[in-house]
Design a protein around this ligand. Structure first.
Ligand code: C2G
Length: 132
């Protein structure tokens, strides 16, 4: 069984996230998603619209996702790769090169980011509609 892992906030789940998860799962047979906790998001300078529990609930409903674990820090990736016996690490190519240090532990794959859609864009659109 080929095991894959990916990381992210996955706030305001959208087509770009789903495309990433679908392609990440296609890299193997079992996909672990390390989901940024609300506390970790604060250190990333991000405040998610939805709580960790809500974002986890939504991810667990996606057929490509086999396990959701918390992402609490930047430094847990090597331990996660070892703990979950990961063969392939996957991220969108907006992170290209940032995680190459993992190449001594597993395959590292950067997948093309889906253009012109983001959680921020969706949130802003919703806010503008509320004002209208
Ligand atoms: N993504 C994508 N296309 C988009 C938006 C996001 O392919 N239009 C991908 C990102 O490249 C990432 C994943 O979806 O691989 C999750 O994106 P975010 O929730 O924005 O995660 P991020 O804030 O990049 O956190 O330790 C790594 C960090 O936790 C990544």
């Amino acid at each position: 069984m080929k095991r894959v892992i990916t990381y992210g906030t996955f706030d305001t789940l959208h087509h770009g996230h789903i495309r990433l998860l679908r392609r990440a799962k296609a890299e193997g047979d079992f996909l672990v998603v390390a989901l940024s906790t609300d506390e970790f998001n604060a250190t990333k300078g991000k405040s998610a619209e939805f709580s960790f529990a809500e974002r986890k609930y939504d991810l667990e409903a996606i057929r490509y996702v086999d396990l959701v674990i918390p992402e609490n820090s930047w430094d847990q990736k090597v331990k996660d790769v070892q703990l979950f016996d990961i063969d392939t690490f996957v991220m969108g190519d907006d992170w290209k090169g940032d995680f190459d240090f993992l190449k001594e532990h597993c395959e590292v794959v950067y997948l093309e980011r889906t253009p012109s859609i983001s959680s921020t864009q969706i949130r802003n659109t919703m806010k503008n509609k509320e004002k209208a």
